[in-house]
Design a protein around this ligand. Structure first.
Ligand SMILES: NC(=O)c1ccc[n+]([C@@H]2O[C@H](COP(=O)([O-])OP(=O)(O)OC[C@H]3O[C@@H](n4cnc5c(N)ncnc54)[C@H](O)[C@@H]3O)[C@@H](O)[C@H]2O)c1
Length: 356
């Protein structure tokens, strides 16, 4: 994390990759503002640079988009020693990372996150992937299941330049704070306090505030991932709020960005904790107020049937042997992975969020 580092990525990538060619996979929304800098910096690093763009839209987070990256890689003649460099938000990183994980059975990958959410969360930990249409819903306007195909593929390098957030709108900056709030709830009330006391500077993308926020949030995630890279156990705590979030995020009527869905999902996890008798003390209302102060939603913004939400939850990766495994907070710094959660406790949590 270094201000202005985008312009110096070439030598940094060269230091960790033996590639001769790189395929720059870039979010088309940042091509005009950051594309030339990234391209020229990679060329300065001695790489033959090829580029392709993708659209950062959840409906384009598909296997077809991955296939289009394979085609660009083939056309550019990328071999097993070459690399893919993703410049974009979490969606670009997930899709390009999955392409890197699978092209020629895996080539080097470098992530250059351009959203706060990707800096604090998505670019760390090696999860890559795409959405899949749910069974019976292929064709026009498919119902998508979030991140149902993918791979663990660690980037050789993650290079975050806080300056690139200057072009990111406030709504997306707030989304990054939802994942930070999640990290704070999992492991560190200090992180929640840091957000509170620097909220204006962070939402104005002031580089030094962004740098300390990213540093704090990433350190929490790295500790958890290092313990359990393939999510066989403890890493699942990072899914706090996400089983709820993944059920609502693809519903168009909700009009929710990922971080907004996570914010509502965190409240869902708190409600579930209450229903399971796990909630300790009276911190939860204060936490919900923190989310509201950031400007994040804490209830469902549109009517939806609980049955639809339960159906969607049924396709989540956290379902094991037909039973729901969810993460619930006891208090900031203490969360628990609960297996075989009773459906009526989940239904009651959805009701508390405003589901019909
Ligand atoms: N792999 C992981 O561990 C992980 C973790 C969290 C989230 N995710 C995934 O990440 C995605 C959400 O990430 P996101 O919020 O970064 O979304 P995103 O990549 O869709 O970017 C959000 C929006 O900001 C635009 N954008 C990106 N950078 C910009 C910039 N600098 N200036 C202006 N506009 C910019 C994009 O075009 C898009 O419209 C979801 O698909 C989610 O599933 C993955």
């Amino acid at each position: 994390m270094e201000s202005g580092s985008l312009g110096g990525i070439g030598p940094r990538v060269a230091a960790v990759c033996d590639a001769r060619r790189v395929l720059l996979v870039i979010d088309q929304a940042v091509v005009e503002t950051h594309g030339a800098v990234a391209h020229d910096a990679l060329a300065t690093g001695g790489f033959e640079v090829h580029a392709c763009t993708i659209e950062a839209d959840e409906h384009q987070k598909t296997i077809e988009t991955v296939a289009s990256i394979y085609q660009s890689a083939l056309a550019a003649g990328l071999d097993r020693h070459d690399a893919i460099v993703a410049v974009g938000g979490g969606l670009t990183g997930d899709v390009a990372g999955f392409a890197a994980a699978s092209y020629l059975r895996g080539i080097d990958f470098v992530a250059v996150p351009t959203t706060l959410l990707a800096m604090v969360d998505a670019s760390v930990g090696g999860k890559t992937g795409v959405n899949l249409p749910l069974p019976g819903h292929a064709g026009a306007g498919p119902r998508l299941g979030k991140n149902l195909a993918g791979a663990f593929w660690q980037p050789r390098l993650v290079l975050a330049d806080p300056e690139v957030l200057a072009t990111l709108d406030h709504r997306h900056r707030r989304c990054g704070l939802a994942e930070c709030a999640k990290h704070g709830l999992i492991a560190s009330e200090d992180l929640l306090d840091l957000i509170d006391s620097n909220l204006d500077a962070i939402t104005s993308a002031e580089p030094s505030s962004i740098a300390s926020l990213v540093d704090h949030a990433v350190r929490i995630k790295v500790v958890v991932v290092q313990e359990d890279e393939r999510e066989q156990g403890r890493r699942a705590v990072l899914n706090l709020g996400h089983t709820f979030a993944h059920a609502i995020e693809p519903i168009e009527a909700m009009d929710l960005l990922h971080g907004e869905a996570v914010s509502i999902g965190l409240v869902g996890a708190i409600e579930l904790s209450r229903n399971l008798g796990r909630l300790e003390g009276d911190w939860s209302e204060g936490f919900i107020q923190r989310l509201k102060r950031i400007g994040l939603p804490t209830r469902l913004p549109a009517p939806v049937a609980t049955a639809e939400l339960m159906m969607r939850m049924g396709y989540d990766k956290k379902l094991e042997g037909g039973c729901h495994t969810l993460v619930v907070p006891h208090c900031p710094g203490r969360v628990e992975i609960v297996s075989d959660v009773a459906e009526d406790a989940i239904v009651a949590a959805w009701a508390a969020l405003g589901a019909d």
